[in-house]
Design a protein around this ligand. Sequence first.
Ligand code: 5GP
Ligand code: ZN
Length: 119
Amino acid sequence: MAGEPQADCLFCKIVAGEVPATIVRETETTVAFRDINPQAPTHVLVIPKTHYPNAASLAAAEPQVIADILGESREVAAAEQIEDTGYRVVFNTGAGAGQTVFHAHLHVLGGRGLQWPPG
Ligand code: 5GP
Ligand code: ZN
């Protein structure tokens, strides 16, 4: 059932504490942890505790949780002191856009200059 933990999902395992991660923030609905392969000095992933394969399906089913994730990205940026220098939030959606983990997650990237448009 949508939203239920998936046995074969890496990020569900991080939510459950079955796979270790460097968690920086946690709320009732979200977890934020450092990306294992950071692409910038700050690279944090904010994920819903519930399982949806991408941001679009999460937004359709639980719009408040998408709002929670965006709110948490702001808290991460403040804690990492990247609000003034600028940061980027990204939902890669689909393999063609670089999505490799099919549990919705928001990348929070900052701490260096970021090019636009992205690759
Ligand atoms: P995507 O490519 O799906 O948008 O992002 C998935 C992200 O998850 C990648 O940036 C990747 O480095 C990160 N990632 C993959 N496996 C792990 C893991 O086991 N732990 C953590 N902390 N991050 C991971
Ligand atoms: Zn999952």
